[in-house]
Design a protein around this ligand. Structure first.
Ligand code: SF4
Length: 456
């Protein structure tokens, strides 16, 4: 169990944390294993199979691209996003790649990268199997699950569901909202204070601050590039990027008496982030790539429109958002393939609501209530991306969710702290709803908008 915001916010590459970031890490881990075994230099063939949601929508989510780059040794946080299209084009046209940058092998992206459109493995809907041969002898076979937010776990072959291992010691362990509130009250800590203490158990305070500032800087860079880039998004739907035009319109706006003008900026920042994600840009999973626009948009709202919120308070904002991300990872799910979009955009909205409530002076109870309000009103939200791309409805959905976060934070702050439905009840409901949800609404692009709109 993690209690770190750095496991919630991970710097990576678009368009999907579970379909791009996780598979790239899994592929890299597999070839690192070959290197450790001393057999990398002999490998003559590698085959990769994608199951469940990865097989059904992986192409639109960039899974193929992520896998081949991961086999070449790339990492999501350091890969040069600008060179990705040309590198993948070269691998496809030459039918070869270089494992970990040292071992050339033939690799046919059709025969050696197999998509199982309907078959799924038993422990998680996002599964990958890697097999390596030396001549005709199979020397390695590994199954990985991409469990959401860019996290992966390997199948240990025991027949038991794999559980992510975490040996780290945390001063304050929690995976539920109620525990988080109790720990804060017992230790007279705020939620960001508690999270900071947890992070400082793993590294120095200066390193923690540098790490948090780096997350915010990647988020704001992403917004900045998104606001300056127009054209259409890749993938074949020819979706027009809107953030750049909206940005220009907002900059030209002269009237200052529109009481809702701030919401247009929130919308802009969410659109800009998610368009960058859809274009395969550098992104922070928050808690996933598809839902990456909500936390930055609400953070920018606070930074721009709430007097006194500067860079230092943004650290508190991200620490609080991260604490709620820990709760959702620990007792719920942030995987659209597992519980639908309620687990992605719903959790992102809840995290941002909590962060904003903290900045507005909320008690730990009010902060957690803000998260509950935001999540409650995303319950039942399905995942039905058109064409399997993280574009429609995902991009707009982040903008709407960001506005919901602001409303939820303000509701919680203006209330006395009593909440009929607790966050833990709400998370349990999300999980049960996800269990009951038909698989066609869980990131398979086989239901909802994905089949209601005819692609042209
Ligand atoms: S609909 Fe939601 S869960 Fe599905 S890909 Fe889009 S953002 Fe992710």
């Amino acid at each position: 169990m993690t209690c770190s915001l750095f496991d919630v916010f991970k710097i990576g590459i678009g368009p999907s944390s579970s379909h791009t970031v996780g598979p790239m890490l899994a592929a890299r881990s597999f070839v690192l294993g070959l290197q450790e075994s001393g057999r990398l230099a002999e490998v003559s063939r590698v085959k990769v199979q994608l199951f469940g949601s990865l097989g059904a929508t992986g192409w639109g989510h960039g899974t193929g691209t992520a896998v081949v780059l991961g086999l070449e040794g790339e990492r999501p946080d350091t890969v040069d996003v600008d060179t990705v299209p040309s590198r993948v084009h070269e691998i496809r046209s030459r039918n070869e790649l270089t494992l970990l940058g040292v071992r050339h092998i033939a690799f046919d992206t059709t025969a050696d990268l197999v998509r199982h459109m309907t078959k799924r493995l038993r422990f998680h809907p996002n599964a990958l199997e890697f097999t390596a041969w030396v001549g005709k002898t199979k020397i390695a076979d590994e199954i990985y699950y991409s469990i959401g937010g860019g996290a992966i776990v390997a199948d240990d072959g025991s027949g038991q569901p794999p559980i992510p291992a975490d040996e780290r010691q945390w001063p304050y362990r929690f995976s539920r909202g109620s525990t988080l509130i109790d720990l804060c009250n017992e230790n007279q800590l705020t939620i960001p204070g508690l999270m900071f203490a947890n992070e400082c158990a793993q590294q120095s305070a200066d390193e923690v601050i540098v790490g948090i500032d780096r997350i915010w800087s990647v988020m704001t860079d992403c917004i900045d590039i998104g606001c300056r880039t127009d054209g259409t998004l890749p993938g074949g739907l020819f979706v027009t990027r809107r953030a750049s035009a909206l940005h220009k319109r907002l900059q030209r706006r002269t009237e200052t008496n529109d009481p809702l003008a701030a919401l247009d900026w929130v919308t802009l920042w969410a659109l800009a982030t998610n368009e960058q994600n859809a274009a395969g840009g550098r992104i922070v999973t928050a808690p996933t790539n598809g839902a990456a626009g909500v936390v930055p948009a609400v953070g920018m709202y606070a930074h721009t429109f709430i007097p006194g919120v500067g860079d230092e308070m943004i650290r508190d904002y991200l620490l609080t958002c991260g604490a709620l991300g820990v709760v959702f990872k620990g007792s719920g799910s942030i995987s659209g393939a597992e519980v639908g979009c309620q687990g992605e955009v719903g959790c992102a909205s809840a995290m941002a609501a909590a962060g904003l409530a903290q900045l507005l002076g909320g008690t730990p109870q009010q902060v957690v209530n803000a998260a509950e309000i935001a999540l409650e009103h995303h319950l039942g939200l399905t995942c039905d991306p058109i064409g399997g791309l993280v574009q429609i409805p995902c991009i707009e959905r982040n903008a709407i969710a960001a506005v919901k976060s602001i409303t939820a934070a303000r509701m919680a702050i203006n209330d006395d702290g009593y909440q009929y439905v607790t966050l833990d009840n709400c998370v349990r409901t999300m999980m049960q709803t996800g269990l009951d949800m038909n698989a066609k609404y869980k990131e398979t692009a086989r239901g909802g908008l994905a089949v209601s709109i005819v692609e042209c």
